[in-house]
Design a protein. Structure first.
Length: 415
């Protein structure tokens, strides 16, 4: 019991993960596809997984159309609309009035075509699971990853014909980076990169194999699990465009999952797994829309906001032929986050207007994962036997999300 207590405390002290609200496809260390077979004598699994992002990320807009990486929320960015909605006497309101911004938006004037390359450049996951009696286990998970936004270009669509065109160019668009940084309290529109850790996650579960004596089905393995996330991960940087949080953006989360694996004629596993996460509200300064015409990269106002995060759902189905110590798994995974909601902690702004932002709307990801596994353990000799894995994760559809093709490898030690 003393040894088990030390193991449990060790798991608690080292756990973190990447499961979060960001609309991107990431490898989570407690992903059911990364859980290997647990042999009878094994008591502890320590898994290490590293993945690298490949060039050519794919993004989908709200209609499910493929777009440039930075156009998942808006087809273009409206610099005239960004100065709308401000109180009289402010610099933003004066610019709007001088350039006829209230009625001068013709769909071209003040608009920018923005392009860029977003990528999950690298991620690392460490998973520890300690197996108790009667199929119960406790676990913790550690992750880190690097994301980057590169080659960002802002192309001004404003013509140079009318007086409004001239005013817009000289007052706003000709020096868009400096103007936005000044008017938007430090908002930056250029490239960035970030390396950091995710939220802490502790998890417990139960999994047991029941032998079946049917013509085709040889065994059935149900599992359930419950986890808690602690908000220790990198939060969204409100001063950088398209900066994704590394966890739940400062909120605590509750994870519930369950699955069933069936073995057919001893050499094919197939199964389904579902997972849900409820994320609690939290309050901090965030950028908001103060006019319904504003676009998501040009939000100049930052104020205290209570965010009600959307509900997370994950669905996974797989098939895995097994050839002695080698197996090949093909899995399909779908993630969906429902609508988020902002509650403005101020009478100066409208929550109704703030909630028209596209980045708060529902998003989805669809991808397939191919894995090649080699397990050196067997029924007779299964302790201190490592398991190796190679994998490739390929996105193929989604809404309001950007996803990176990833290639990686994993190594699991068993004790």
């Amino acid at each position: 019991m003393v040894k088990k207590s030390y193991v449990f405390l060790f798991l608690i002290s080292t756990a973190s993960t990447l499961f979060g609200l960001a609309p991107m496809s990431i490898i989570r260390p407690y992903d059911s596809n990364l859980f290997g077979q647990k042999w009878e004598e094994q008591r502890l699994h320590i898994s290490n997984t590293a993945s690298f992002g490949m060039t050519g990320s794919q993004a989908w807009d709200g209609d499910g159309n493929k777009v440039d990486d930075v156009q998942l929320w808006n087809a273009d960015q409206n610099a005239l609309a960004m100065v709308k909605g401000f109180a009289q006497g402010t610099e933003q309101a004066n610019i709007a009035q001088n350039c006829n911004a209230i009625g001068g938006d013709d769909g071209v004037r003040g608009h920018f075509k923005v392009t860029g390359d977003f990528k999950i450049a690298f991620s690392y996951q460490c998973a520890l699971r300690y197996f108790l009696r009667k199929g119960f286990w406790i676990g913790a998970f550690a992750s880190a990853y690097k994301t980057e936004l590169k080659n960002v270009t802002w192309t001004d669509q404003t013509k140079n014909i009318t007086a409004d065109d001239t005013c817009t160019k000289t007052t706003i668009t000709d020096n868009i980076f400096t103007n936005v940084n000044r008017l938007g309290s430090g908002l930056q529109l250029k490239d960035w990169d970030k390396f950091g850790f995710g939220d802490v996650v502790l998890m417990a579960g139960w999994q047991t194999t029941f032998r079946q004596y049917k013509q085709w089905i040889r065994s059935a393995t149900p599992n359930i699990r419950f986890g808690v996330t602690v908000p220790t991960g990198v939060k969204k940087d409100e001063d950088k465009i398209m900066f994704m949080p590394f966890g739940n953006d400062g909120s605590v989360g509750i994870i519930i999952g369950a699955g069933l694996t069936l073995n057919y004629v001893d050499w094919v596993d197939a199964g389904v797994d579902i997972e849900f996460m409820h994320i609690f509200n939290n309050t901090r300064k965030r950028r908001i829309k103060v006019d319904a015409d504003q676009t998501d990269f040009l939000l100049l106002t930052k104020t205290d906001v209570q965010k009600d995060p959307g509900f997370m759902q994950k669905f996974n189905v797989f098939i895995e032929p097994k050839f002695k110590k080698v197996s090949v798994r093909a899995a399909y995974q779908h993630v969906k986050r429902s609508l988020e909601h902002y509650y403005i902690i101020s009478n100066d702004y409208s929550s109704t207007v703030a909630n028209t932002a596209d980045m708060l709307k529902e998003w989805t990801t669809h991808n397939v994962m191919l894995q090649l596994k080699f397990d050196t353990a067997s029924q007779d000799t299964n302790r201190f036997r490592p398991r190796f894995m190679l994998f490739y994760k390929h996105p193929f559809n989604g809404r309001r999300s950007v996803q990176t093709k990833q290639f990686g490898a994993g190594l699991t030690f068993s004790f």
